[in-house]
Design a protein around this ligand. Structure first.
Ligand SMILES: Cc1cc2nc3c(=O)[nH]c(=O)nc-3n(C[C@H](O)[C@H](O)[C@H](O)COP(=O)(O)O)c2cc1C
Length: 536
C-alpha cells in the first residue's frame, strides 16, 4: 500500500459507527491520566505578565488582517500574544476535582498542543532563545540560550520585528481517552490553536504564516523534541513566522544545523505512570509529515472589515469563550445573525486565520438549521470553497435553492433535523438542542491527491472554522461546542455519497447554554504582575 492508501485505511479504521466505535481503551483509566502540563525541570523560568483586558481592538477588526502599526517585539508583547491565545482562561472546581480551561479549546480538555519559541537576540534578552511556553505558570521555560554567532544567523534570516513559533502535539494525551481516533483530535486542536494564535497576533499587528521550506520531521530537532528523556512522544506539527507582514523567506542550512545541535537545559516531565502504544496512530503520524514544500508567496489579503458587533471589544471574548455542555432547547436566533457567522467563515472575508497555511479552502458546511427565524428548519449547504451549488458526488434530489444574495448558502431539504443532528453526533443532545448544528465536509480525494501531508491540514481548517464559530457564538451572547464524536459514514449516507470525494471531519453546534451550577470558577492567574513600565 502506498502512503495515500495507508492514510485512507487509518481514516476508515478511526471512524465511529452506531454499532462500532473506533478502537479505543473502552474505559478511562484515571490512574494513568496524562498530566495536562509539559514542564522542563531545571530550566530557567522567564516570567510573563498580564495586562488588564482592554477595550480595543473592536471585535470585528482583526479578522480582516493585522492591525496597523505592528507593536514592537518585546517580552511584554510576547506575554500578551500568549495570554490571548494559549494561556489558561479559568480554573474550574467540582466534587473535589480542579482543572484548568484555556483560551484554546481541546477535545476532552486534554490539550495535546505545546508551543515553542525561537527568539532572535534582543527580543526578550540580549541573546537569542529557544523556549517552551508553560501555560500553567504563564512563563517561558528557557531550553537554550543561542551562542552569539547562531543568534546572529537567526536574526539575519528573520524579517525584522518577528520570531518563530513551533507548535507540537503529545498524542498520548488524546490517545489515553480516544485510542486510535486521537490523531484526528490532535489535528483539530492544532487548527484551533492556529486560529487562536493568528487572531491574537493580528491584534498586535502581526501576521502568522506557515514556513513550508523545512520538512516537518526536521522540526523535532529544531524544537528539541528528538532528544533523550521524553517518556511520552511529542512531535512538532508546524513552524510559524509571527511578526509584521513580510515577504516569504527561507531558513539557511547552517542555521538549521546549528539549532538542531544546541545544548539544551531542562528535563521533560513524565506525564503518565504508564503509557500505551496505539500502533495505527503512530503509523499515520509518520505518513502525514509534510516534506519540504515549494514556496507559495505570502499574500497579505485584506478581508471584510465590517462592523457586525459595534462597541464589542474582542479580548474579553477570547478569554470568556467556553464550550456548552447542554443547551436550553428552545432559544432561537434571527437569520441575519446566522448569515453574519457564515460570512465570517468565508476565507476571503477572514484572512485571519484562514491565510496561515496558504492552502486553498477544502471544507464546505452542511447545516442543520433548527431554530432560526427567517429560515425554514432543514438542511443547508455553505459552499465555502468555490461557491457553486451541487458539487459532484452528492445526492441528486436536493433542491439547491439559493437563500441569500451574497452568501453561497443553499437549501437542500426542509424539515425538522433535530433528531437527525443529534443521532449523527453520537447521540449527543447538544447537536439537537442548539439553534443550529453543522457538519464540516472536506474535499477528501482532492486533498489526498496532493499528498498524505494534506490529511492533517484538512483538520486544521476544520479547527479554524470551529474557533471562529466559538467566538461568533460568544460575541452574540450564545455558546458553541466542537463535536469530534460523530458517526462518519452515517453523515455520508445522508448525502448519498457514493465515493470518498467528501468526508465529514468535524461537527459543531451553537445555542443558548445551560450551565452546570455545581461548578465553581476561579481566575486563571490570580498572582500575575503587570509589566514594568520600561517593557511596555
Ligand atoms: C476538537 C474538539 C472536539 C470536541 N468534541 C466534543 C464532543 O464530541 N462533545 C462535547 O460535549 N464536547 C466536545 N468538545 C468540547 C471540549 O470538551 C471542550 O473544549 C473542553 O472540555 C474544554 O472546555 P472549553 O472549550 O470550555 O475551554 C470538543 C472540543 C474540541 C476542540
Amino acid at each position: 500500500m502506498d502512503a495515500e492508501q495507508q492514510v485512507r485505511a487509518y481514516h476508515a479504521l478511526s471512524k465511529h459507527a452506531p454499532n462500532a466505535y473506533a478502537p479505543g481503551p473502552g474505559h478511562l483509566d484515571w490512574a494513568t491520566q496524562p498530566a495536562p502540563f509539559r514542564r522542563y525541570a531545571g530550566s530557567r523560568l522567564l516570567e510573563l505578565w498580564q495586562r488588564p483586558l482592554e477595550e480595543t481592538p473592536a471585535y470585528d477588526q482583526p479578522f480582516a488582517g493585522p492591525t496597523d502599526p505592528p507593536v514592537p517585539l518585546s517580552r511584554a508583547s510576547l506575554a500578551q500574544l500568549l495570554y490571548d491565545s494559549l494561556a489558561l482562561s479559568a480554573w474550574k472546581e467540582a466534587g473535589g476535582n480542579r482543572w484548568a480551561l484555556r483560551v484554546n479549546p481541546s477535545s476532552g480538555n486534554l490539550h495535546p498542543t505545546e508551543a515553542y519559541l525561537l527568539l532572535p537576540p534582543g527580543a526578550v534578552e540580549a541573546h537569542g532563545l529557544l523556549a517552551h511556553y508553560a501555560p500553567d505558570a504563564h512563563a517561558l521555560e528557557v531550553r537554550a540560550e543561542l551562542p552569539a554567532p547562531l543568534g546572529q544567523q537567526l536574526a539575519a534570516a528573520l524579517p525584522a520585528g518577528g520570531f518563530l513559533l513551533g507548535l507540537a502535539s503529545i498524542p498520548w494525551r488524546e490517545a489515553w481517552k480516544y485510542g486510535e481516533r486521537a490523531y484526528r483530535y490532535c489535528q483539530h486542536d492544532l487548527g484551533h490553536a492556529l486560529a487562536c494564535v493568528s487572531i491574537a497576533a493580528a491584534i498586535q499587528g502581526w501576521q502568522v504564516r506557515l514556513l513550508r521550506g523545512v520538512a516537518e520531521a526536521r522540526l523535532d530537532g529544531l524544537l528539541g523534541l528528538d532528544r533523550d528523556g521524553f517518556h511520552e512522544a511529542e512531535h512538532s506539527d508546524c513552524l510559524l513566522w509571527i511578526g509584521p507582514p513580510a515577504e516569504e523567506f527561507s531558513l539557511p542550512e547552517t542555521l538549521l544545523r546549528g539549532l538542531a545541535a544546541l545544548e539544551l537545559s531542562g528535563a521533560p516531565n513524565r506525564l503518565s505512570r504508564q503509557y500505551r502504544e496505539w500502533p495505527e496512530l503512530a503509523r499515520v503520524h509518520g505518513l502525514c509529515r509534510a516534506p519540504v514544500l515549494p514556496a507559495l508567496g505570502w499574500q497579505a489579503p485584506l478581508g471584510y472589515s465590517g462592523n457586525d458587533n459595534p462597541g464589542l471589544p474582542l479580548r474579553p471574548i477570547l478569554h470568556r469563550r467556553r464550550s456548552a455542555q447542554a443547551f436550553d432547547g428552545c432559544s432561537g436566533i434571527l437569520a441575519e445573525l446566522l448569515f453574519a457567522w457564515l460570512r465570517r467563515l468565508l476565507p476571503a472575508h477572514s484572512p485571519v486565520p484562514f491565510a496561515v497555511t496558504g492552502e486553498k479552502p477544502q471544507v464546505d458546511l452542511l447545516l442543520f438549521v433548527h431554530r432560526v427565524q427567517g429560515l425554514e428548519p432543514g438542511l443547508y449547504w455553505l459552499a465555502r470553497g468555490d461557491g457553486q451549488p451541487q458539487p459532484d458526488g452528492l445526492r441528486g434530489d436536493f433542491t439547491w435553492q439559493r437563500v441569500h444574495a451574497e452568501l453561497p448558502l443553499y437549501r437542500l431539504l426542509e424539515g425538522d433535523a433535530r433528531g437527525l443532528a443529534g443521532f449523527l453526533s453520537c447521540g449527543q443532545d447538544i447537536a439537537s438542542d442548539g439553534c443550529v448544528a453543522l457538519a464540516m465536509l472536506a474535499r477528501f480525494d482532492q486533498a489526498l491527491a496532493e499528498g498524505a501531508w494534506q490529511y492533517p491540514q484538512l483538520y486544521w481548517e476544520c479547527g479554524q472554522i470551529g474557533q471562529l464559530l466559538y467566538l461568533e457564538a460568544e460575541a452574540a451572547g450564545l455558546s458553541g461546542t466542537g463535536i469530534g464524536c460523530f458517526f462518519d459514514d452515517q453523515v455520508h449516507e445522508l448525502l448519498e455519497l457514493a465515493d470518498s470525494r467528501w468526508q465529514s471531519l468535524y461537527h459543531f453546534t451553537i445555542g443558548r447554554a445551560v450551565w452546570d451550577e455545581r461548578l465553581s470558577s476561579a481566575p486563571a492567574y490570580p498572582d500575575l504582575r503587570v509589566p514594568p513600565r520600561s517593557d511596555v
